[in-house]
Design a protein around this ligand. Structure first.
Ligand code: SAH
Length: 364
């Protein structure tokens, strides 16, 4: 069963910069520019990242006159347009309108032992993978660091207030698996990861181990990410072990081939000591043959790697569907015979088009 809530969403002028776009040093400078003492930046940051409020009216430790000036650093960035829930309210997809009318989506998934927020990093996506709904409309624009962070803060706020069934809770995991290609919006995404992992008052204090950045395989950006000193998990959307098929499923493969993206993944694992996750959507009769499982197994055996098989989620107008259960089982067995760790992803949110590859942000 799904429940739906719709909100009115006005379109606004470009907002002022948000404190989540800034490092603590930059926030202090911005606060000073507003004519306030630099330590107000710490107070304001605690309100935002700890108490999860952007409402200066509630910040009673700030003088009334200061509140109005400091509100400049907490502009509204995301306006909820629609919320759809399923799984008894523990899966929730929110459609957001950005100041310029762009639409993005985020998904909150509560499990017994964790809460994962799946966030968007771009409005739309320019990667054009034919099986993914987001890719079909093309790229609208990059999101800012604060627009990305706000999706997580908003989920954290709902959890803290007990609005998600299961009692008050916290966000433990963040996956950059919503709309967009995170590595094509590198600077904003790395800024967002820093805000997520930095302890309060700088940021939300989420463990880097709980954060996953997923990419189609933009090799130079993967290499750069390895050097950031951020031990986040890297997920590589591979979907085929051979260039001939991958060129069609993940068009950027014509630029960086399977061998190159895998080398970049191994370099990432070596540098961060984090196990890389290979994402592989199983598409009936397209990429689910046993010989392809075998080829994949040979390419990745012995590496610091884990394969996440995703039964293909249906997208509008696509002729492709998920693999037959017996083919899926055979694929898993073949991979395991190479000693590779494999899981089949539990795809949450399918009935609300909130599962992998289904985020398309239509408001109708
Ligand atoms: N652009 C990044 C981030 C999006 S993540 C990336 O591609 O990695 C979304 C994940 O869901 C990716 O692994 C993507 O390949 C996968 N996906 C896309 N469409 C899908 C679909 N229809 N069914 C299952 N998985 C899909």
């Amino acid at each position: 069963m799904t429940a739906q809530l719709t909100f009115a969403a006005p379109r606004r002028a470009k907002p002022s910069r948000h404190l989540a776009d800034l490092t603590m040093a930059e926030r202090r400078a911005a606060v000073a520019e507003l004519g306030e003492k630099p330590f107000r930046a710490d107070q304001l940051s605690r309100h935002y990242f700890e108490r999860l409020t952007s409402d200066v009216g509630q910040m009673t430790d700030l003088p009334a006159a200061a509140r109005d000036r400091l509100a400049m650093l907490l502009p509204d960035l995301l306006t909820p347009v629609r919320e759809i829930t399923c799984d008894g309210g523990t899966t929730r997809k929110t459609l957001w309108k950005l100041f310029d009318g762009s639409l993005v989506e985020s998904v909150l998934m509560r499990y017994p032992d964790r809460v994962t927020m799946c966030v968007s990093s771009q409005a739309g996506c320019g990667m054009n993978c034919p099986f993914c709904a987001t890719g079909q409309a093309g790229l609208t624009r990059n999101m800012s660091t604060a627009e990305i962070v706000e999706q997580v803060v908003s989920g954290a706020r709902s959890l803290a207030r007990g609005e998600v069934p299961g009692g008050p809770g916290r966000v433990s995991n963040v996956v950059f698996m919503g709309m967009g290609e995170p590595m094509a919006n590198y600077k904003a995404v790395v800024g967002a990861v820093r805000r997520l992992v930095d302890p309060s008052p700088d940021g939300l204090g989420i463990s880097a181990r709980g954060i996953t950045v997923s990419t189609v395989g933009l090799v130079p950006a993967m290499e750069k990410l390895a050097g950031e000193g951020l031990p986040v998990t890297l997920a590589l959307s591979l979907h085929a072990p051979d260039d001939e098929l991958r060129d069609t499923l993940v068009p950027v493969n014509t630029r960086w081939k399977v061998a190159e993206v895998l080398d970049a993944a191994w370099a990432y694992a070596a540098k961060t000591k984090r196990r890389v996750s290979i994402e592989y959507a199983l598409i009936k009769d397209i990429n689910d043959q046993e010989w392809r499982a075998d080829l994949l197994g040979r390419l990745i055996k012995g590496k610091l790697v884990h394969v996440n098989l995703i039964p293909l989620n249906p997208t509008p107008g696509s002729k492709w569907t998920a693999s037959r259960p017996e083919d899926e089982r055979a694929f898993v067995r073949r991979l395991e015979s190479h000693g590779v760790a494999v899981t089949v992803r539990d795809t949450r949110g399918r009935e609300i088009d909130g599962a992998c590859g289904q985020l398309a942000a239509s408001s109708t």
